[in-house]
Ligand binder design. Structure first.
Ligand SMILES: Nc1ncnc2c1ncn2[C@@H]1O[C@H](COP(=O)(O)OP(=O)(O)O)[C@@H](O)[C@H]1O
Ligand SMILES: [Mg+2]
Length: 260
C-alpha cells in the first residue's frame, strides 16, 4: 500500500535547480534511504514534503485515499496528514528541558479546544495527564528519563539527536523523515541508532525515510535506496542493487561501497 507519492516534482531557487522532475512512490512500513553528494537536493526534498517549500512544479500526494495534495497545505496541515521530521542541523528548544521538548511535540495532536483550556475543564486535565504520561513513556523508550529535567543544550550530541526523534514521534506520525540522524554520532551511538530506527518502525508502525551519509547504516537498515545527484533521482533499488550500480559507484559511493 502506497503512503506517499511524488510526481514530477521540481524546485528551483532562482537559477539553481535543487530538485528536478523527481517521481517516487513509498510503500507503508518501508525504511527508505536517500543518498547522494552534498547539494544533491535531499534536504530540499524533505522541505518540499513537509511544506516548508512549495514546489515549482509537480505534486506530492500524502494520503492516496483522500488525495491530499501539497499545493494548499501548510506545514501544520501536513503534520495532520501524518508526516513528522528531524533536521540536519538539530532543532530543539535548547533552553527548555528534555521533557518540555517532548511535550511540545504533542502540541499538534492535542485533543482539547482553546475554550476548554481557558476554563480548565476536565478534558484539559485528562488530555494533559495522558500527554504527560506518554511523554514520560517516550523518554523511557529513548533512554532519556533520567535526563528529563536537563536543558536540551546540555545533552550530548547523540542524546540531542535521539531527543529530536522522540519529539517527532510525539506528533504520532505515519511517516517519519530523518535528515542525517547519524551525523556527529560516534560509532557506538550510530550502532545503537541502527537498532533504534528499526525498533521504532515496528513499535510505532511507521514508514521511515532517512537521509544519511553513513553507508553501513543505510545499507544495513534500508529496504530501498534512492540516489540523488544534482537534483535528479539517478538510481533506485535495494542496497545490493545500489552497491552494484556503476553510475552510483562512480558518482558517489567509490570503491569503499563494495566492502559494505
Ligand atoms: N533556500 C534556499 N535558497 C537557495 N538555494 C537553496 C536553498 N535551499 C537549498 N538550496 C540549494 O539547493 C541545492 C540542494 O541543496 P540541499 O537540498 O540542501 O542538498 P543536500 O541536502 O542533498 O545536501 C544546493 O545547491 C543548495 O545550495
Ligand atoms: Mg542536506
Amino acid at each position: 500500500m502506497s503512503v506517499l507519492k511524488v510526481n514530477n516534482l521540481s524546485k528551483n531557487f532562482g537559477g539553481i535547480k535543487a530538485v528536478t522532475e523527481v517521481s517516487l512512490n513509498i510503500e507503508k512500513g518501508e525504511i527508505i534511504g536517500l543518498i547522494g553528494p552534498n547539494g544533491a537536493g535531499k534536504t530540499t526534498l524533505f522541505n518540499l514534503l513537509t511544506g516548508i517549500y512549495t514546489p515549482t512544479s509537480g505534486e506530492i500526494i500524502y494520503d492516496l485515499d483522500k488525495k491530499a495534495y501539497t499545493k494548499d497545505l501548510k506545514p501544520h496541515k501536513i503534520t495532520h496528514y501524518g508526516i513528522a521530521r528531524t533536521f540536519q542541523n538539530i532543532r530543539l528548544f535548547q533552553n527548555m528541558t528534555v521533557l518540555d521538548n517532548v511535550l511540545m511535540g504533542f502540541h499538534s495532536g492535542l485533543k482539547y479546544s482553546i475554550v476548554s483550556t481557558f476554563f480548565r475543564l476536565p478534558s484539559y486535565y485528562k488530555t494533559e495527564k495522558s500527554t504527560y504520561d506518554e511523554a514520560l513513556e517516550l523518554l523511557i523508550k529513548f533512554n532519556l528519563l533520567d535526563k528529563k529535567n536537563e536543558l536540551a543544550k546540555n545533552l550530548s550530541y547523540g542524546d540531542q539527536r535521539r531527543l529530536e526523534i522522540a519529539r517527532a514521534l510525539a506528533a504520532k506520525p505515519k511517516i517519519l523523515l530523518l535528515d542525517e540522524p547519524a551525523a556527529g554520532m560516534n560509532p557506538k551511538e550510530t550502532k545503537e541508532l541502527n537498532f533504534l530506527i528499526q525498533w521504532i518502525r515496528e513499535t510505532f508502525d511507521l514508514t521511515i525515510i532517512l537521509i544519511e551519509h553513513d553507508m553501513s547504516l543505510v545499507m544495513n537498515i534500508c529496504e530501498r535506496i534512492f540516489v540523488f545527484d544534482y537534483g535528479h533521482l539517478v538510481a533506485s533499488g535495494t542496497p545490493l542493487e545500489i552497491q552494484r550500480n556503476e553510475r552510483v559507484i562512480k558518482a558517489y559511493l567509490g570503491e569503499e561501497a563494495l566492502q559494505c
